[in-house]
Write a protein that binds this ligand. Structure first.
Ligand SMILES: [Zn+2]
Length: 283
């Protein structure tokens, strides 16, 4: 496990990475003073706790319900006491119970533990630490009720985008709505032309407003391609359309044990039949 600690204005990023048989697993959590933003996956519990032991957090705020964001809540509480944890209201039942996740996800992020009691928050909530205000902005698309935290410090605007932006946009769309994603990307990009994007996965983006806008444009273009292809072939079947449109990209990740969750068909479905509620079945 590689552990990387970097500073971005008032935020510290703790990134955890290792190789799996089906690709590299990398995710990060952020810290603002005594507040931890997301709790990381249980694959990195020991490494995360070792870093946090220097200065234990006093509060955890989570962006959404997925295992690489909430997995370690229980472990952090066992190590440092029963600190308050805030999660999006609609994700609370999922986070406190954590049903089994598919094996391929457990391999990448570790199976999450039930969190114990947590407190709900709503979009618009503001959390302050170190004289910096973290504002919860509703950014559905990757999953319903997903939150991005925006903050301003020293004249610089930051966005903790969690999984709003993913570097390989055809993956991880099984709970997604492409139109919501485009709107969310544009909403965050519009915050500030100099926005610094601090994502969970992938590199920090000092040119964040442009990166998010480009991603929104790309999805819009692909959505149009998908609609044209659906019309031309007279089908709305996501698998048929994904096979036709993305054949040149090589084998679909659906074949790597994801049971269809991580698939190009999921992306196509997010365009033709956007998902706006939880839980959702794999396509
Ligand atoms: Zn996610």
């Amino acid at each position: 496990m590689q552990v990387e600690r970097t500073r971005h204005g008032p935020f510290e990023r703790l990134s955890f990475a290792f190789d799996t048989p089906t690709g590299r697993s990398q995710h990060s959590v952020y810290r603002l003073g005594d507040t931890l933003i997301d709790a990381g996956g249980t694959v990195a519990s020991a490494e995360l706790l070792a870093v946090l032991r220097e200065r234990p957090p006093r509060r955890i705020i989570c962006t959404h319900q997925h295992e690489d964001h909430v997995g370690n809540i229980a472990a952090i509480r066992r190590a440092f006491g029963d600190l308050p944890v805030f999660v999006p209201r609609e994700h609370l039942p999922i986070i406190t119970t954590t049903e089994r996740i598919p094996d391929y996800r457990a391999l990448f992020w570790g199976h999450p533990e039930p969190s114990g009691p947590v407190e709900p928050y709503d979009p618009g909530a503001v959390f302050e630490d170190s004289r910096v205000a973290l504002e919860a902005v509703l950014t559905p698309g990757h999953t319903p009720h997903h939150i991005t935290f925006v903050a301003r410090d020293g004249g610089v605007a930051y966005a903790l985008t969690a999984d709003l932006y993913t570097s390989r946009p055809l993956e991880g769309w099984f709970e997604s709505a492409a139109d919501d994603m485009v709107a969310s990307l544009r909403r965050v990009a519009a915050r500030d032309p100099g926005l610094v994007v601090l994502p969970t996965h992938g590199r920090v983006k000092p040119d964040g407003a442009r990166v998010l806008s480009d991603m929104a444009d790309w999805i819009d273009r692909e959505a149009e391609r998908v609609r044209v292809e659906a019309e031309r072939r007279g089908t709305r079947d996501p698998r048929t359309l994904a096979a036709a449109l993305y054949a040149d990209l090589g084998p679909d990740l659906a074949d790597l044990g994801s049971g269809g969750e991580i698939s190009r068909a999921g992306f196509v479905r997010s365009i033709l039949a956007p998902n706006r509620s939880l839980p959702v079945d794999a396509p």
